[in-house]
Design a protein around this ligand. Structure first.
Ligand SMILES: [Fe+2]
Length: 111
């Protein structure tokens, strides 16, 4: 095995990506049930993107001679049902493509 520290870090990244993937699919299921189809489909597309990130990290681990650890989450799926809270979660998760965005900031308000 080459670069065991790199493999460990890549497996940690997979864990964060899988946590996001599961959370976004949960959001998709709940929003779809509530009839918020546009937002539900957005979260589904983001979940698919997170799956692609898992794939990239897993391929790199195998290239380095390591074993990808799949099926581990950094935290359990949160049972969030408020769309605003879902967006807050997405903005704050380390693996999120929405990280760094702000909701309701002064930049998004009309002066
Ligand atoms: Fe990601």
């Amino acid at each position: 095995m080459r670069n065991p520290k790199s493999i460990e870090l890549l497996n940690q990244a997979i864990k964060e990506e899988e946590t996001a993937l599961h959370q976004y699919m949960y959001f998709h299921f709940v929003l779809s049930d509530m009839g918020y189809d546009l937002l539900a489909n957005l979260f589904k597309r983001i979940a698919i993107e997170e799956m692609r990130h898992v794939e990239v990290f897993a391929e790199r681990i195998l290239f380095l001679g390591g074993e990808p650890k799949l099926g581990e989450l950094s935290k359990p799926v949160e049972k969030i049902h408020d769309p605003k809270d879902m967006l807050e979660w997405a903005v704050n998760h380390p693996a999120s493509p929405m990280r760094g965005l702000t909701l309701g900031s002064s930049h998004s308000k009309r002066e």
